[in-house]
Design a protein. Structure first.
Length: 289
């Protein structure tokens, strides 16, 4: 479902299609809280739409901060008038458009934009004024590479690939880092090891200078638009259930809130319980916990 379709569906569930009791802003807010709730509760296997790879991350001395991996694209606007603001629109890991949410006073009608820190060739700047799209122009410098979508959800770094040695790292917990001091267990060029702690990624051997980070990105915020929600369509009803529950709570109708919440949790529990029986079998994992 698109953002507009979710808002419409939520309005019908709340018996408020004309948005007299619950504004569009309220519905968007609860939909985004609900989306985050689903991401936090559902098994990672159902979040493949959020799986992302940040390629060619430079690492020095075996450590790199999240802020260097999950950077933010910046947008500079010229000719749009004072007070103009812009938001990068991300699809498939690339900046595909930049929406000017407030062209500002003295709007010229033909602003230019420079996108830094990544993007995709041919990205567009969509000019919006008073809620109406005025037109589009090509971004003057869209960049070359993928855009990082912020820190991973639930610290969800799923794998680290050592580009220097062309091997996947063995992922360990930070509490086991002490064991790497044992020369027999230490990570090497034939068996690199990685762990995360304190918003940083650590890799052994420290001679590794480039890695690829595999992680679960934050889902794109749901808005009043025709963009499909990031999560699998099978989870859209669950998002609506959680959102409905929050609105009923605001309306002090706890019985209806509990019913909607129970419906959402029931679907999540059923999916999570089903996954172990459908999970692919790993190599050398028989009889392992």
């Amino acid at each position: 479902m698109t953002g507009n379709e979710m808002i419409s569906q939520l309005g019908m569930r709340m018996e408020d299609p004309s948005q007299e009791n619950f504004t569009q802003t309220m519905k968007i807010d609860v939909l985004n809280v609900a989306q985050k709730t689903v991401v936090n509760l559902i098994h990672n296997a159902y979040l493949d739409e959020l799986e992302t790879i940040q390629d060619d991350v430079s690492i020095t001395g075996g450590v790199v901060a999240y802020s260097s991996v999950f950077s933010t694209t910046t947008v500079t606007i010229a000719g749009a008038g004072s007070g103009a603001t812009a938001v990068p629109v991300i699809r498939g890991g690339y900046v595909v458009a930049v929406t000017v949410t407030a062209p500002g006073t003295g709007y010229s009608g033909t602003p230019t934009a420079t996108v830094g820190g990544g993007g995709g060739s041919g990205a567009l700047l969509t000019v919006v004024k008073d809620g109406a799209t005025i037109g589009s122009i090509t971004v003057s410098n869209p960049g070359n590479g993928s855009y990082s979508e912020g820190s991973p959800v639930r610290n969800g770094i799923t794998a680290i690939y050592d580009d220097t040695n062309d091997l996947f790292c063995s992922m360990i917990e930070a509490k086991d880092a002490k064991r790497l001091e044992n020369s027999y267990l230490a990570g090497g060029t034939n068996n690199p090891v990685a762990y995360t702690h304190g918003q940083k990624i650590y890799v052994s051997p420290s001679s590794t200078d480039t890695i690829d980070v595999w992680y679960l990105k934050e889902p794109t915020a749901i808005g009043a638009d025709d963009n499909e929600a990031d999560l699998n369509v099978a989870l859209h009803e669950v998002i609506l259930d959680f959102a409905e529950s929050q609105l009923w709570k605001m309306d002090a109708k706890n019985d209806r809130a509990s019913s909607a919440s129970a419906s959402a949790m029931g679907q999540i529990e059923a999916l999570n319980a089903r996954y172990p029986t459908e999970a692919p079998k790993g190599i050398g994992t028989k009889n392992r916990d």
